[in-house]
Design a protein around this ligand. Structure first.
Ligand code: FES
Length: 126
């Protein structure tokens, strides 16, 4: 198995057995995103302490990449600062999932990043 196959297997594992799947009661942030071209959707509930992501859960329905990325991303952002998450780019998402994606498939990986960034922006401006 080469590295790409290893990372694909890791993503598939996240898709089949997602981490942090569910809804947090009384969240500080509720946010979501839809890919209009396919209808796939993801939503997050988040607990925040001192502008740090303390806890996060997600729900969603979509392709392997979008759902596996959401699961992986919840693990990645936990205990990170909001400002750090706001600075993450598409390239950072590719680094997190560790497999190359074309321009169409990258939309699947960005679904979660965009949801979180817009939720954090709203939280900071309320
Ligand atoms: Fe819809 Fe991936 S095909 S988000």
């Amino acid at each position: 198995m080469n590295n790409i196959q290893l990372y694909q297997a890791e993503l598939l594992e996240h898709y089949q057995h997602p981490k942090n799947y569910g809804v947090i009661s009384c969240p500080d942030i509720t946010t979501g995103n839809i890919n209009p071209s396919c209808g796939d959707a993801v939503s997050f509930t988040i607990k925040v302490t001192n502008f740090i992501i303390n806890d996060i859960q997600f729900q969603g329905k979509g392709c392997v990449i979008s759902m596996a990325t959401a699961s992986l991303f919840t693990e990645f952002v936990k205990h990170k600062s909001m400002d750090y998450i706001l600075k993450l780019t598409a390239q950072d998402m590719l680094n997190i999932i560790k497999i190359p994606l074309g321009p169409t498939r990258i939309r699947c990986a960005l679904l979660s990043l965009e949801a979180l960034q817009s939720g954090i922006q709203n939280y900071k401006h309320q």
